[in-house]
Unconditional design. Structure first.
Length: 172
């Protein structure tokens, strides 16, 4: 297998990221067909706290984003992880796991308090995400919002708000 590189996104990656995210979310179990628009909305609003690409050869084969979330109890420094996407032809080869590992390490090193995820709970649980009693996202079904504390402070309690680029995937 060709060597995998993970690095920050560059200007010239933007169209490849769009195509990759669109293609991989098309058939996702926890589909967010607007995932490419979410990434663009976050970039346009300058709130992509983290935007990493996985490169093999000359191809963008994976992508992960993080953006700040607000928590109603006033806790700061928490981030929403995702979208995360891997080229359908290169899935199950460790790329998604490498992107998750790198993103979590960078967020931790940057002083993040914690991270939340919406989407495929089976995937995020593998990396230490879990349901946190008292932390919720609108009307998301129980078990859809997962979280992971990255610091020594106590876990926040309240309602989580993602950036408006995520739209409203659940009805209130
Ligand atoms: C989810 C996704 C990013 C995983 O990428 P990947 O490169 O195939 O993942 P990896 O090969 O690194 O797998 C990492 C681990 O997660 C597991 N895994 C992969 N996809 C999974 C899924 N959908 N559900 C549960 N576990 C999953 C793998 O078995 C592996 O476990 P292991 O470490 O015990 O072997 C990729 O399948 C994808 O782009 N899916 C479409 C978009 C999507 O669903 N995004 C995330 C959820 S919203």
């Amino acid at each position: 297998m060709e060597k995998l590189w993970i690095r920050r996104e560059a200007e010239e990656d933007i169209s490849s990221i769009h195509r990759l995210v669109a293609r991989s979310y098309e058939t996702a179990r926890h589909s967010a067909h607007n995932a490419p628009q979410i990434v663009e909305g976050l970039r346009d609003a300058d709130v992509l706290s983290l935007s990493l690409v996985a490169i093999q050869g000359f191809d963008v084969v994976g992508y992960i984003a993080a953006s700040p979330v607000l928590i109603s109890d006033g806790t700061g420094g928490w981030y929403g992880l995702g979208p995360v996407a891997v080229d359908p032809e290169r899935q199950n080869a460790g790329i998604g796991g490498s992107l998750m590992g790198q993103a979590l390490q960078e967020l931790r090193e940057g002083g993040a308090g914690g991270v939340v995820s919406l989407g495929d709970p089976d995937f995020y649980r593998r990396f230490g995400f879990e349901v946190i009693e008292g932390l919720a996202y609108r009307a998301a079904p129980a078990g859809e919002l997962l979280a992971m504390n990255l610091c020594d402070s106590s876990v926040p309690q309240g309602s989580v708000s993602y950036h408006q680029a995520f739209g409203s995937p659940y009805q209130d």
